[in-house]
Write a protein that binds this ligand. Sequence first.
Ligand code: PLP
Length: 437
Amino acid sequence: MSDSKSDELLAEARQLFIRSFASDFTLPVIARAEGATITDVDGREYLDFSSGQMCATVGHNHPRIAEAVRSAADRVVHINSAMLSPEVIALGRRVVELLPRPLDRVFFLSTGGESNEAALKIAKKVTGRYEIVGLAHSFHGSTSGAGASTFIPSRRAGYGPTMPGSFAIPVPDCYRCPLALTFPSCEYACARVGFDLVDRQSVGSLAAVIAEPILGTAGCVEPPPGYFGELQRLARQREMLLVFDEAQTGLGRTGDMWGGDRDGVAPDLLTISKTLGGGIPLAATATTAAIEEKAYREGFHFFTSHLNEPLPAAVGLAVLDVIAEEKLVEAARDKGAYLKTGLLALKDRYEIVGDVRGRGLLMGLDFVADRVSKRPAEAQAEAITRECLRRGLFLAATRQAGRYWVWRVAPPLTISHAEIDRSLEIIEAAIRTVVGS
Ligand code: PLP
């Protein structure tokens, strides 16, 4: 006999679904979502500190999104991929207005993986080269091209060769520096050493380097200030293009419109996904007019059944309206600072919290067995996460066995101060339950 509706449904799910990302189906089955709260089929509420799969920056089921879906369904949902609709053109105008200059060309796809595939294909077309450099620990999607620049061992192993010419450079992780150096005296040695090794392995066909401004899936690693200026310099030295994957960081989450704004670096190509559709599949690849022109002349072709689709575009417009009207970029900065103060206070009190990093409402909380070895406190972190859930707070972890175990702390930007206070109380109570005071 199962003791809840969730358990009953999960038992059925285990007989139905291919296991992939979620392998055990133990999380509650969600029936409703609103703002920062998700509610399961048994009526239990949870604060959602993962914003769904990092998409619900404007809060779950924002009424404007629901209205945009309804009214688009009354007008036009889907058209031929060679056609456009007024909302797609309006979204193009709005996104271009927001892009860091000189970027001013865009098209719309469905997922982050696709937007990176398209960006890398544009880079290959315009440079006439094919080698791609990525940051170790980064995640850019599950498709073959984007996946080839995803250097997370568990996501690569067992599928045969990846794209030839995919190189990793060391992750710019100041908490666990791969070169055991210290910033700023390191002078970005990780980037320089990385490119030195790339130069030795390259067959002379370097096309692009792709990077997340904050490496979200990889333990919320925030590269040190100025890192991206150095990365761009190293790329330009080799006539490579720079691609920013702003799936998690774009549209306000870090307290700036773009994650790349901190270092004042405009990439050659920028990809947007999760945050643009507020939960509806919508992604974008953006570049400069000069790159677009050259790619087109070289015969660039990238097509899906949902290229420049009207319904998601209508939702994207609603998302951008909400971000502007509710001043969510500023909210991410202010509430992020408030939440970070609370998390840092926990770090002061509990040895197991080794590091709190990130900015805006994209932070990593790193659980360590001890602060010297920085080995991940895997079992305890799992237990604390379960205890938070039991008390009404959902936190998603990013982890690599034996390397790191990190909460990606990323609630909707609409979260209230009272909800932040409640979450901090829950986290502290959960830590005390598991590790004592
Ligand atoms: N890029 C980054 C930085 C991501 O975090 C993700 C998804 O987690 C992706 C790309 C892939 O996006 P999607 O799952 O929409 O294909």
